[in-house]
Design a protein around this ligand. Structure first.
Ligand SMILES: *[C@@H]1O[C@H](CO)[C@@H](O)[C@H](O)[C@H]1NC(C)=O
Ligand SMILES: *[C@@H]1O[C@H](CO)[C@@H](O)[C@H](O)[C@H]1NC(C)=O
Ligand SMILES: *[C@@H]1O[C@H](CO)[C@@H](O)[C@H](O)[C@H]1NC(C)=O
Ligand SMILES: *[C@@H]1O[C@H](CO)[C@@H](O)[C@H](O)[C@H]1NC(C)=O
Ligand SMILES: *[C@@H]1O[C@H](CO)[C@@H](O)[C@H](O)[C@H]1NC(C)=O
Ligand SMILES: *[C@@H]1O[C@H](CO)[C@@H](O)[C@H](O)[C@H]1NC(C)=O
Ligand SMILES: *[C@@H]1O[C@H](CO)[C@@H](O)[C@H](O)[C@H]1NC(C)=O
Ligand SMILES: *[C@@H]1O[C@H](CO)[C@@H](O)[C@H](O)[C@H]1NC(C)=O
Ligand SMILES: *[C@@H]1O[C@H](CO)[C@@H](O)[C@H](O)[C@H]1NC(C)=O
Ligand SMILES: *[C@@H]1O[C@H](CO)[C@@H](O)[C@H](O)[C@H]1NC(C)=O
Ligand SMILES: *[C@@H]1O[C@H](CO)[C@@H](O)[C@H](O)[C@H]1NC(C)=O
Ligand SMILES: *[C@@H]1O[C@H](CO)[C@@H](O)[C@H](O)[C@H]1NC(C)=O
Length: 688
């Protein structure tokens, strides 16, 4: 059973459980269904058969989540106008062959999540009697290749078919032979390892989902009418389009993410491809190997795929020639996250004149020369985070040409050099992430000669469009006071810059700042009172022993206080925070178990989410750690928080100790006195 197919099954199970656990009313209702115009809603009503007492003119019948096992010949006779029938999540074994004798208008049939593998032959006879059937959902029915082929025989009117979550292994030209009208086909979550000419009879197919199967290659791709192909989550090593076709492919979206591609896919020569998703493969470019005869003198330059059965031609791919990627001139989104790309082949970026989003996160880029790459002026999002860049090069004209660049993520590189004036040259820039690089912030007095093309520091002075700036982990020590002048930032992240001196420089942002990150900066006495727009604040990992009181007047929604040294939050503070906060992070503080009133305050405030609530810990008097949630405050004195138990536990041994010492002293030094007193008492005559 494929993992992703489990969700609907789980849902069914849960609902079944719920039904078992819910007491069944002893008087079944007369009509278990809710009628809305010509739709009967009978979902989840404990039904074992199709209810009969619905109006004759019914057009839609929803019977999902019931226990119907067989759809009998006479079940639907009363409803000749029926157009939509949904029986998902029942226990259907079969549809009897004359089930639909009176419902010739039926167009939408949902049989998902049943047991049609048992009675597929009879069901197939029933389906054949539906001349207008347009949409059929057969997902999650444990169907194998032969069963599916039988069920689909002669369904010539079908346009939408869902076979997801079955046991299909191999498709060939007979699989969908009769489905001439098919437009959309979902085969997600089967166990397919081979597709051989399966869609040649489906010229109208526009959307095909092959995700989560076991396909190893898609060669000879020639479905020119297809608009969306999703082949993500397979084991595809090769994607090769047929090269000898002069037609323009209608393909707009191709999803090959989470596969095993080593090469950029060999795309059609002519297409309208707009969205290309290639994340999580092993794609790289290899031109440098081909150019280099000395390293691999006898290496092959082409790979051929032979088609053994038919004479449709062998597929030959020129491996190393990077001018042969096919038509990428309409690409708007290129997602290459999580691959092995070290560089872009010459002219590659230029071939995409309308590219607006390039996602290159987690690759191996070593250098980026924006001038030579010539990105499109449409570029809106550029994510080159988590590569190996230590320098980005660009001249002034190049930067002004990037007039639409809005999201720029450079984090997690090794950047020491940036083009000078990078950010001030980009007029639409909204979000910049420079986190985890070696970049400093320019000092105001640093000379800025116009001839310098690279600079080891960054500045954002007067970049009015900029709203979000992330400078985590840049080893910043001091932020010059004029750094943020002229900006109206809403988000500023300065976390992971231990020892950062920050107060003065961010005063100028006090009116606009909504999110401020100061985690792990060692701040102590920060005054937040001017930051009236602040909604979200991160002051985690700062060894704070007290909650800064300037926080209390803010209208904060999110507050991160993790990993500080807080021992308590006074009830005044807790009440002030509880009335405003939506989310609070508190784990990793050495709270005092006997001063946890704040916890009850937050716990009882329904509008607050204490993240990791059960992991918030406290220490008792002998430094033992407890979960605050389970600690019994009864063991503490209400007033000053000291426990009676502790008094008892502490004082009893001390008293016993002193009593013992006294006795020993008495026995040693005044034995006679003791004897006397004993004697006195013992010899006292007792009266009976
Ligand atoms: C189904 O189609 C086949 C040809 O593919 C044809 O011979 C047969 O008569 C059809 N059966 C029905 C019930 O339409
Ligand atoms: C099957 O696919 C259709 C679209 O082709 C979709 O509407 C339907 O929700 C899918 N059913 C399941 C159970 O995923
Ligand atoms: C392809 O299918 C996967 C799995 O269902 C899904 O997560 C992804 O969003 C789909 N891709 C596209 C482009 O719709
Ligand atoms: C498609 O492109 C390849 C490589 O450029 C070329 O060999 C082939 O002739 C082209 N096919 C057509 C139909 O233009
Ligand atoms: C491909 O089509 C174009 C115009 O549509 C035509 O000029 C060219 O000769 C065709 N090439 C081949 C190999 O058929
Ligand atoms: C050719 O190979 C040598 C040694 O492996 C390497 O130093 C050089 O950079 C390569 N040339 C190109 C163009 O990649
Ligand atoms: C590679 O070697 C072949 C012959 O072995 C030669 O014809 C070709 O010019 C060489 N290419 C380069 C870039 O050195
Ligand atoms: C390359 O091929 C030539 C001739 O076929 C052969 O003599 C030579 O040893 C081969 N070189 C390597 C490195 O395999
Ligand atoms: C495909 O390649 C095989 C093996 O080289 C060859 O016998 C066959 O004729 C080729 N087919 C075509 C259509 O080129
Ligand atoms: C790559 O293919 C193109 C088009 O077929 C050709 O013009 C070019 O010379 C080839 N480049 C290399 C390095 O083989
Ligand atoms: C960047 O590319 C431009 C244009 O190709 C070139 O003039 C410049 O020297 C390159 N810069 C570096 C540092 O490679
Ligand atoms: C920005 O994108 C729009 C279309 O989205 C385009 O018309 C405009 O020319 C682009 N700006 C630049 C500087 O290229």
């Amino acid at each position: 059973m494929p993992v992703h197919g489990l969700t609907p099954i789980l849902l069914c199970l849960l609902i079944t459980m719920w039904r078992i656990l819910t007491p069944v009313s002893s008087h079944p209702q007369k009509s278990p269904c809710q009628l809305i115009q010509r739709t009967a809603l009978c979902n989840n009503r404990n039904l074992y058969s199709v209810p009969a007492e619905q109006p004759d003119n019914l057009e839609e019948f929803q019977l999902n989540y019931n226990h119907i096992q067989t759809l009998q010949d006479n079940s639907l006779l009363r409803y000749p106008s029926l157009n939509t029938l949904s029986l998902a999540c029942n226990s259907l074994d079969k549809l009897e062959s004359n089930t639909f004798q009176g419902t010739k208008l039926l167009a939408n049939l949902n049989l998902a999540n049943n047991n049609l593998h048992i009675g597929y032959q009879e069901t197939s006879r029933a389906l054949k009697t539906l001349p207008k059937l347009r949409a059929l959902d057969l997902s999650e029915n444990e169907l194998d290749d032969e069963m599916a082929a039988t069920l689909l025989q002669n369904l010539t009117s079908l346009e939408y078919l869902n076979l997801s979550g079955n046991f299909l292994q191999r498709l060939d030209e007979t699989s969908f032979r009769d489905l001439y009208q098919l437009k959309e086909l979902n085969l997600q979550g089967n166990v397919m390892y081979e597709i051989d000419g399966a869609f040649d009879s489906n010229p109208k197919l526009q959307r095909l989902n092959l995700a989560f199967n076991y396909l190893h290659c898609l060669t000879d791709f020639h479905m020119t009418e297809l608009v969306v192909l999703n082949a993500s989550h397979n084991f595809i090593e090769w994607f090769i389009s047929r090269q000898d076709l002069n037609d323009t492919f209608q393909l707009e979206t191709l999803d090959l993410s989470d596969n095993k591609l080593l090469f950029f896919p060999f795309l059609p020569n002519h297409s309208h491809l707009r969205n290309l998703y290639l994340s999580h493969n092993s794609i790289s470019f290899y031109q440098h190997l081909a150019d280099n005869n000395s390293t691999f003198p006898n290496s092959t330059s082409t790979v051929e795929f032979y088609n053994m059965q038919k004479n449709t031609g062998n597929v030959t791919a020129q491996l190393w020639n990077e001018s042969l990627h096919g038509d990428i001139s309409s690409l708007e989104i290129l997602d290459l996250r999580g691959n092995q790309v070290e560089y872009f082949p010459q002219g590659f970026i230029q071939k995409m004149p309308v590219l607006s989003r390039l996602r290159m996160c987690t690759n191996c880029l070593e250098a980026l020369n924006l001038t030579s790459e010539q990105f499109s002026g449409r570029l809106y999002e550029l994510d080159i985070s988590n590569n190996r860049l230590n320098q980005i090069v660009a001249d002034g004209d190049t930067l002004t040409a990037l007039g639409n660049l809005t999201y720029f993520n450079l984090s997690l590189n090794n950047l020491g050099w940036l083009p000078s004036g990078l950010f001030s040259s980009l007029p639409s820039l909204r979000s910049v992430d420079l986190s985890y690089n070696n970049i400093d912030i320019c000092l105001p007095e640093e000379p800025k000669t116009s001839t310098d093309t690279s600079s080891a520091c960054a500045h954002w002075k007067n970049v009015v469009s900029l709203k979000q700036l992330y400078l985590k982990g840049c080893n910043l020590k001091i932020i010059p006071s004029s750094t943020f002048s002229g900006l109206s930032l809403t988000h500023l992240e300065l976390s992971d810059n231990p020892g950062l001196i920050v107060q003065e420089s961010i005063e100028s942002l006090s009116r606009t700042l909504q999110h401020l990150g100061l985690g792990n900066t060692h701040i102590q006495d920060f005054d937040f009172s001017h930051f009236q727009a602040l909604k979200s604040l991160n002051i985690s990992r700062n060894s704070l022993a007290h909650l800064p009181s300037s926080l209390l007047n803010l209208d904060l929604k999110v507050l991160d206080l993790r990993d500080n040294r807080l021992s308590t939050i006074s009830s005044g503070q807790a009440n002030a925070l509880a009335s405003k906060l939506h989310t609070v992070f508190l784990t990793g503080n050495p709270f005092n178990c006997c001063q946890t009133e704040w916890f009850r305050t937050f716990e009882t405030t329904k509008t607050i989410n204490m993240v990791g609530q059960s992991d918030i810990e406290c220490e008792d008097l002998i430094q033992t750690t407890h979960r605050v949630e389970h600690f019994q405050p009864l063991l503490c004195l209400a007033k000053d928080g000291e426990s009676i138990l502790w008094y008892i536990l502490l004082f009893v041994p001390i008293c016993l100790f002193f009593v013992g010492i006294s006795i020993i002293v008495l026995l040693t030094f005044k034995p006679k006195m003791l004897q006397k007193s004993i004697k006195k008492k013992c010899l006292k005559p007792t009266s009976y």
